[in-house]
Design a protein around this ligand. Structure first.
Ligand code: AMP
Length: 391
């Protein structure tokens, strides 16, 4: 009789599922993926079932073939997650998923655990939008409560004259899902906590990450963020409280704004996260491996830093020449095997260097080889400060 390896079922077959499957393999764990698209890129690594998640006959077969279910996509229908849970363990829980799917309940939870948020108001009618703008003011951002990601479903109001345009852009979303108006925060930096909680309640967090977005999409991540020990401890403590409150199992990201010395909660992602990709090379255990361990109830691995790291996200198309990037020391290349498409996450590169001076030099080399100086520019002052910090 052949040995039966544990199987993790993943709803969603994008790059996160692909990297989960890659991390699962050395542990003797297999992954099986369900996605509506036959060319979902995780299908190059793991068996792919092409099905709509609402197709219960397919879901029944899927559930019967896996030991536990998890997600690469936070907008998987909570009803499907709940239905699956009647058949097989599902981590994170459908309840945690439901909270994270709604920007208003997410912010209410943040406030509940003592984490401030930008001022916000739920909006579902034009009159409510006018009232919200009167209360919160401009600049502000109107967002869909659900199904928004990578800056999609957002409209920035720069002045009161933008209210009509904002309503016209998002009113179709106002009735089925609702909208939320948020004060625009002129933050000093964006940070994320990547953390993991096991089935036994054990909790670990990776060193804090600083992030830069371009047009609402993550462009760069740097770890460890150069914040005070006190701020880092507060961020980690909020992540832990959040995880305990949700009885969360698996990896999640807590996205934060640092503004006037305080932390404000932006959103949580109930899954492995783009700003944690650097952990593959930069930490003792990656976010992907620890998610696999967490959902299977295995001991969690150490989350300590191995080396300061900078991740470049590749959006739309991979930059060239790839061979030029591969020729540089400390550069780790990740090609998700996707076709190019505007706005699509097609790969990333992480530079993990022995020290901050080397990281800065390598980052400049990589940006130069690939013609990405503009992408690197916002992070340069931080990398330079990191060098002085360690000198
Ligand atoms: P989100 O999908 O809400 O995380 O928004 C994507 C990005 O837009 C964030 O990472 C920020 O860079 C920016 N953003 C979103 N909400 C705000 C806000 N209230 N104030 C300032 N910037 C924001």
């Amino acid at each position: 009789m052949s040995r039966r390896l544990p199987v993790i079922g993943i709803l969603g077959g994008g790059q996160l599922a692909r990297m989960l499957a890659l991390a699962a393999t050395p542990l003797g764990v297999r992954c099986s993926v369900v996605d509506g698209s036959a060319d979902a890129c995780a299908g190059q690594i793991a068996p792919l079932r092409v099905a709509d998640w609402r197709d219960l006959a397919s879901m029944e077969q899927f559930a019967a073939a896996v030991d536990v279910v998890t997600f690469d996509f936070e907008n998987a229908p909570a009803a499907t997650a709940e239905w699956l849970r009647q058949r097989v363990p599902v981590y994170p829980s459908p309840e945690a998923l439901a909270v994270a799917q709604d920007r208003v309940s997410e912010k209410a939870l943040f406030r509940d655990i003592g984490l401030d948020t930008p001022a916000f108001a739920a909006v579902s009618t034009r009159a409510e939008l006018d009232a919200a703008v009167a209360r919160i003011g401009v600049p502000s951002i109107l967002k869909t409560r659900r199904l928004g990601y990578d800056g999609k479903g957002q409209f920035r109001l720069r002045s009161g004259a933008d209210v009509d345009a904002a309503w016209a852009a998002l009113r179709a979303q106002a009735t089925p899902h609702g909208l939320v108006l948020e004060a625009f925060v002129p933050f000093m930096r964006e940070l994320s906590v990547i953390a993991v909680r096991g089935r036994d309640g054990g909790f670990r967090a990776w060193p804090l990450t600083q992030n830069w977005h371009h047009e609402g999409i993550l462009a760069l991540s740097f770890a460890p963020a150069l914040v005070s020990a006190e701020l880092a401890a507060t961020a980690l403590e909020k992540a832990r409280t959040l995880a305990e409150k949700l009885d969360y199992v698996g990896v999640f990201a807590l996205e934060l704004f640092e503004h006037e010395g305080r932390l404000l909660g932006n959103e949580m992602a109930p899954r492995v996260h783009n700003s944690g990709h650097w952990t593959i090379e930069g930490a003792v255990t990656s976010q992907f491996e620890n998610h696999v361990r967490a959902v299977l109830g295995l001991p969690l691995g150490a989350t300590a830093l191995r080396a300061p790291s900078l991740m470049f996200n590749w959006i739309g198309a991979l930059p060239e020449p790839v061979a030029g990037a591969l020729a540089l020391a400390d550069v780790h290349w990740h090609d998700y095997g996707k076709e190019s498409r505007p706005g699509r996450k097609v790969g990333h590169a992480t530079i993990s260097s022995a020290d901050s001076a080397q990281l800065l030099a390598r980052a400049q080399d990589l940006a130069q080889v690939l013609g990405r100086a503009a992408q690197l520019a916002p992070a340069l002052p931080v990398l330079q400060a990191g060098m002085q910090h360690n000198a």
